[in-house]
Design a protein around this ligand. Structure first.
Ligand SMILES: C[S@@+](CC[C@H](N)C(=O)[O-])C[C@H]1O[C@@H](n2cnc3c(N)ncnc32)[C@H](O)[C@@H]1O
Length: 425
């Protein structure tokens, strides 16, 4: 064996040792907190692997549908790949529901998008959607028909949400129900960071000695194309890794030379985006998605939050801070990472996509990855959270609600934050 090959072997060994272990599917034993509920649903240790496999396959389909929903919202609203007037998705959904026919203006935009995808070039957002078209739609002439079908599927959901559920006596419950089966959206905006910062500030105020070194962000998201108000001018971005670090550093909960942030998302596009951003730190546009209008006004607290964003991490993000961020592919319902030492886990705007059993499995995975005395922070207000978090041993310590924007003639836009802690330590 030559010294050279010995060195090579040592380098390879080091590389293997340094790579974090990938996500692993949970076993029956690991799902112990859920045994009671699983048993009540007729799931036994023997049928558990097939049950988990079914959820994993359903989630993979939901990732695909979520990407295609964004593609449809992009094709309707973007003003970069065509000069055709943008179409408001909810209005298009109503027209489609009324006639059962794909409107002509939509057909024209579908053709324009596919032609732009084929001709190459364009901005970063179009490049993302080119990758989605290539990965998820058939090649050649069949793409148009397939995309029109996806338009119909996306519009059906939107019509149910914006028109049917809005009129229901059980409005909130009906919308929540729709979320538990819909495609997994990657939508995100700086708004999500407002209450996270509030939760972290409260945590620091009540326990000044608590320090955060290892953070898990579950479902950080990527703002590909929201269902309304698409702004083409800024490139697709994942804000949460940066707003969380910014909050931790500015509050004094963490130190930049001693922080690791693991972003875990089921969508490979989100994971790849964050890995690229960690290697080449982005310049971020910290602009809220909610637009101020004659009837909508952002609160002073929220505006102050946005104005301060980026002060602790720099913009572009300082390379030393970006190096703290890694990304892993993970289905939080069916999998967990080997690490059990996270001081803080954050999951915002992801739990509504899970039914109560999936919620229990996801929380049991999060609880297992937390260190003793570790903190779990989320914004899911559904009543089931109380029992589920107790079942997995995460005690609710703090809850806050704040107004993001006031709306004349309608209830304000609010968000909440809940801070739980794992016992021990
Ligand atoms: C609506 S986005 C929210 C993004 C961000 N947390 C925020 O609050 O703005 C939900 C994110 O969770 C991810 N997600 C959904 N289901 C997941 C699962 N089972 N495991 C891991 N990530 C999931 C989606 O891919 C997406 O990136």
């Amino acid at each position: 064996v030559s010294p050279r090959s010995l060195i090579l072997a040592a380098v390879l060994l080091h590389a293997v040792a340094a790579a974090p272990p990938p996500a692993r599917t949970i076993t029956w034993q690991e799902a112990a907190p859920a045994h009671g509920r699983l048993g009540a649903a007729g799931i036994t240790p023997q049928s558990f692997p097939a049950f988990i496999d079914r959820i994993a396959r359903t989630n993979a389909r939901r990732v695909r549908e979520g990407d295609l929903d964004h593609l449809v919202f992009y094709l309707l609203q973007s003003t970069t790949f065509t000069k055709l007037p943008p179409i408001e998705p909810a209005l298009s959904a109503r027209t489609f529901a009324g006639t059962g026919e794909v409107p002509l203006d939509v057909r024209a935009r579908v053709r324009a998008l596919l032609s732009a995808v084929r001709s190459g070039g364009g901005d970063a957002r179009l490049s993302y959607f080119r990758a989605i078209v290539r990965a998820l739609l058939p090649a050649g002439n069949a793409a148009e028909g397939a995309l029109l079908q996806e338009y119909g599927r996306a519009m059906k959901f939107l019509y149910e949400k914006e028109f049917v559920a809005q009129k229901s006596d059980r409005r909130a419950a009906d919308i929540a129900e729709l979320y538990r089966t819909r495609g997994l959206s990657t939508d995100t905006a700086v708004e999500a960071g407002f209450l996270v910062r509030e939760g972290l500030a409260v945590l620091h105020a009540v326990a000044p000695e608590f320090r955060v070194r290892r953070v898990l962000i579950v479902g950080p998201g990527l703002d590909l194309a929201p269902r309304t108000g698409l702004i083409d001018a800024r490139p697709p971005e994942s804000y949460q890794p940066w707003t969380v670090i910014d909050a931790l550093l500015s509050i004094g909960l963490a130190r930049s030379d001693d922080l690791q942030v693991v972003c875990a998302d089921i969508n490979p596009r989100v994971v790849e985006h964050i890995r690229r951003a960690a290697a080449k730190p982005p310049r971020l546009t910290f602009a809220p998605e909610i637009q101020e209008t004659a009837t909508v006004s952002l609160t002073a607290d929220f505006r102050a939050y946005v104005a301060d964003l980026g002060k602790a991490i720099g913009n572009p993000v300082q390379p030393s801070i970006a190096r703290a961020v890694t990304a892993e592919r993970l289905d939080i319902v069916t999998q967990r990472l080997a690490a059990r030492d996270f001081d803080l886990a954050i999951a915002t705007n992801i739990l509504p996509y899970f039914d109560d059993m999936e919620l229990l499995l996801a929380l049991s995975n999060i609880a297992a990855m937390l260190a003793p005395r570790g903190v779990f922070l989320h914004n899911e207000p559904r009543p089931a959270m109380e029992e589920v978090s107790r079942t997995v041993g995460l005690t609710l310590e703090q809850a806050r609600t704040a107004i993001v924007a006031n709306v004349r003639g309608a209830p304000p836009l609010v968000d909440s934050v809940f801070v739980h802690r794992k016992p021990g330590g």
